[in-house]
Design a protein around this ligand. Structure first.
Ligand SMILES: [Zn+2]
Length: 331
């Protein structure tokens, strides 16, 4: 079979690296290939694994390297997008200053894009997911941490120092602000990450003598809190509603910054689905101007677990096929 354009997407995570061949319509040709990252083995082996998992993905898709136009890589921050390096990713110790884009571009002799994983996911949703056709999109990825990405007029907002779209660390609380993993206080991530939801639920149980099914589910998980809320537990419902309110505050901040057409929520707790989105929409009107509050769409992500691969591939799809080295992450 022939295709207009094929791109490989590579998604580097703390536990696994996944790669897949993606068509120009954002469709994976085969199930992604996966290898465990094992960062403790060092970054030289890590770079070798990246190359191998990409080769495996090309084999799995039953295409030839010559058919691949470009490669896109999504990696956890902090990154230097200008030089294509991972700096000191906290989940990939002891890696430091890893020249990912250069290594992959040299090995495959293909134009290579390099992007923050949350930015890549946002780009994927804009390209072929919940934000398809939108002029502008803001995405929050909810999980152990909170990722953010902004796409404006078809381009990722990378910022002057590779820190554009760090929405997990916009401030949502000043009073008795919770500490964040980044070292500051009051960040969105300190309230709505999965561990933060569990911590707030634990504290709510300690504070009150209310009967709650959560007391039978210790140690808690964020999923247990959401399930108990859906089943009518009032303590859990209070935590879930407060979570929606913080996310609504963050969404309103995004509306007042770029006034996006759509805001997308992805990652683990987006599995809570439409009722949770409905709570966020309801709270948005407390914080946002009436027009964006009414008109900005708030949607669940559509690309699921493959958002990183597809988004990374999307970031590479406009790279010049004749060039081998790129000054910018989007070419
Ligand atoms: Zn923070």
């Amino acid at each position: 079979m022939t295709y207009d354009r094929l791109i490989v997407g590579l998604d580097i995570g703390g536990t696994t690296m996944k790669a897949g061949v993606v068509t120009d319509a954002g469709r994976l040709l085969a199930e992604p290939t996966i290898v465990s990252t094992e960062p403790e083995q060092g970054q030289t082996i890590g770079l070798r694994k990246m190359v191998n998992v990409i080769r495996d993905a090309i084999d799995a898709a039953k295409v030839d390297l010559e058919q691949i136009q470009a490669i896109g890589v999504a990696a956890p921050g902090p990154l230097d997008l200008r030089t294509g390096m991972m700096l000191e990713p906290p989940n990939l110790k002891p890696w430091r200053n890893v020249p990912v884009r250069q290594f992959i571009a040299d090995d495959f002799q293909k134009p290579t894009a390099f992007q923050n994983d949350a930015n890549a996911a946002a780009y994927g949703e804009w390209w072929c997911g919940a934000g398809r056709g939108a002029g502008s999109l803001v995405m929050f990825t909810l999980g152990t941490g909170i990722g953010g990405g902004i796409v404006l007029n078809g381009r990722i907002v990378e910022g002057a120092h590779s820190h554009g779209g760090e929405l997990g660390h916009i401030k949502v609380e000043l009073t008795n602000a919770r500490p964040c993993g980044c070292g500051q206080r009051g960040c969105l991530e300190a309230y709505v990450s999965a561990p933060a939801i569990v911590a707030r639920a634990d504290e709510a149980l300690t504070r009150s003598d209310d009967r709650s099914t959560l007391r039978n589910l210790l140690p808690l998980s964020a999923q247990a809190v959401f399930e108990s809320a859906a089943a009518g537990d009032l303590v859990a419902e209070g935590i879930v509603d407060e979570t929606a309110r913080y996310l609504a505050m963050a969404a309103a901040n995004a509306m007042h910054t770029i006034d996006p057409e759509v805001i997308v929520f992805g990652g683990g707790i987006s599995l809570a689905g439409e009722p949770f989105l409905q709570r966020i929409r309801k709270h948005v009107s407390e914080f946002a101007f009436p027009t964006p509050a009414q008109k900005c769409r708030i949607e669940a992500a559509k690309l699921g677990a493959h958002a990183g691969i597809i988004g990374a591939a999307g970031c590479a799809r406009h790279l010049d096929p004749d060039s081998r080295l790129h000054a910018g992450s989007l070419g």
